[in-house]
Design a binder for this molecule. Structure first.
Ligand code: FUL
Length: 484
């Protein structure tokens, strides 16, 4: 055989690579609506943290009246860096602070009111909790969000529509220009029955927020980027669609609660749900309250993250200005329980097959992609086959694999598609559900042993796309006291 030059072989390899690239199928078109880049980033966080702190911390109340003296606010040991230990313990990559709660007391020295840290004895009125919070989070690589209550029980202009809307907007402007980039801004729809009647100019506020920080996510009952899930227990509806018709939503309208909980399979807007709940009974610190148990927190995790939502878990700092050591320890134990369950994927090493694979086995969308821990790769059923039912099956590496949690993840970047699905262990139906979304966790009531696990997708909007599938063992299913 004639000797070939190195150049020949390089060209031959490039040619082969070109041929194999030509064999890749294109990704399918999205099924609209789809998330924005900021919404996708938010969704991947899974658990984020809330800090409720303010004059209520010193008066042992949940809703202050607005008449409290700023003189009450004196957290003489405040250490925002220590708060971030709690965030890290929970694995939270975003922390949100109540810059102003309903009582109107501002945790930063707002130039538009005297009712703030500037009039408190803390640091002789020179302190800035928002500033310390932001610096502490950033120094740990944690992103920041702020809560600014529209309902303000202190501000005298509240009730005078134009004046108060301007006042609120000015405060928003301060917060969004003084403290760098924010990932989320929280508009709370709560307002007491005694609140003066007035309209908030949400449209003006939201447009200004986006003008100042274009990649921020705006949270409210009605989005536009993240919606309230409809209650404060930390659980989503089942199903919980990230899609809604935004025109149906109104901030503070209690008749919409069930719509918020479930979302809308026919919704034209992507507005995913955030599940807010406190680690303790109250949002603010109270000396007689203690943190929820690990098993309660786990239940919340399954009912929020496991239902396609983000969990916003509140931890209240105490009057010293510190998060209780017991709360941080509880968060560590919670995280350890999650790691114990989910770090071991019993599906690893399975052989994956499917009803069809877009572009065939070498098209780039093979069933095996659900096992590669890479959420950029995925299994796509072949859109050209006319079956309305699709399936994917894993032949497990061990014939007698025992599991009790099934994890399924859709490629939400291309739309939330699955409307109905069933999970089979060998031939037995062990779970069924409706939508999947970013993450769907089925915790079974008893452990099952199987050699094969199959997901049948019996109804979907367009062909289904799965980025991941996993099988896990939660010891508390067999021994309920395990995580108490
Ligand atoms: C509610 C408020 O009234 C509570 O005090 C708390 O801030 C919670 C997160 O939102 O609407």
């Amino acid at each position: 055989m004639a000797r070939r030059s190195a150049w020949f072989w390089i060209m031959a390899l490039l040619h082969l690579r070109h041929l194999s690239l030509c064999n890749s199928a294109t990704p399918p078109l999205p099924v609209l609506p789809i998330p924005s880049a900021s919404q996708l980033q938010w969704q991947r966080r899974e658990v984020i943290m809330f800090f409720h702190f303010g004059v209520n911390t010193f008066t042992d109340t949940e809703w202050g009246t607005g008449d409290e003296s700023p003189w009450l606010f004196d957290p003489d040991g405040l250490n925002a860096d220590q708060w971030m230990d709690a965030a890290e313990a929970a694995g939270a990559s975003l922390v949100i602070l109540t810059a102003k709660h309903h009582d109107g007391f501002c945790l930063w020295p707002s130039q538009y009111t005297d009712h703030s840290v500037a009039k408190s004895p803390w640091k002789d009125g020179k302190g800035d909790v928002v500033g310390e919070f932001v610096d502490a989070a950033r120094s740990r690589g944690i992103d920041v969000g702020l809560y600014l209550s529209p309902w303000d029980r202190h501000e005298k202009t509240y009730g005078r529509e134009t004046e108060y809307n301007e006042f609120y907007l000015a405060q928003l402007h301060e917060l969004l220009t003084k403290y760098g980039s924010m990932s989320e801004i929280w508009f709370d729809g709560a307002k007491g029955a005694d609140a003066a009647k007035m309209n908030y100019y949400f449209r003006d506020w939201f447009e200004t927020v986006k003008q100042l920080q274009s990649s921020i996510n705006i949270f409210s009952d009605a989005g536009p980027d993240v919606r309230w899930v409809g209650d404060e227990t930390g659980g989503a509806g089942d199903p919980c669609w990230s899609t809604v018709n935004r025109t149906k939503l109104r901030i503070g309208d209690a008749s919409l609660i069930s719509y918020l909980k479930t979302g809308d399979p026919h919704g034209t807007d992507w507005v995913p749900a955030e599940c807010d709940v406190s680690i303790r009974p109250g949002w603010f610190w109270h000396k007689n309250e203690t943190a929820k148990s690990v098993s309660q927190l786990l239940e919340i995790y399954y009912n929020s993250v496991g239902r396609n939502c983000v969990l916003l878990l509140n931890v209240p700092p105490n009057p010293t200005g510190l998060v209780s050591g017991d709360d941080t320890q509880r968060l560590k134990d919670f995280r350890a329980a999650i790691a114990r369950i989910f770090s071991n994927d019993l599906a690893t090493g399975s052989a994956a097959t499917a009803s069809s694979e877009r572009g065939g086995p070498d098209g780039g969308f093979a069933a095996a992609n659900v096992l590669d821990s890479d959420d950029q790769t995925f299994w796509a059923a072949d859109g050209s086959d006319q079956e309305d039912e699709h399936w994917i099956e894993l032949a497990l590496p061990e014939a007698n694999t025992s599991f009790n949690v099934v994890r399924i993840q859709e490629v939400i970047a291309l739309g939330q598609r699955i409307m109905e699905h069933e999970v089979y262990a060998d031939e037995e139906l062990v779970a069924k559900g409706t939508t999947v979304g970013y993450k769907r966790l089925h915790r079974l009531t008893t452990s099952v042993t199987a050699a094969r696990v199959k997901i049948r997708i019996t109804k979907s909007r367009g062909t289904p796309l799965l980025s991941a599938m996993g099988l896990h063992y939660d010891p508390s299913v067999d021994s309920p006291g395990e995580f108490n």
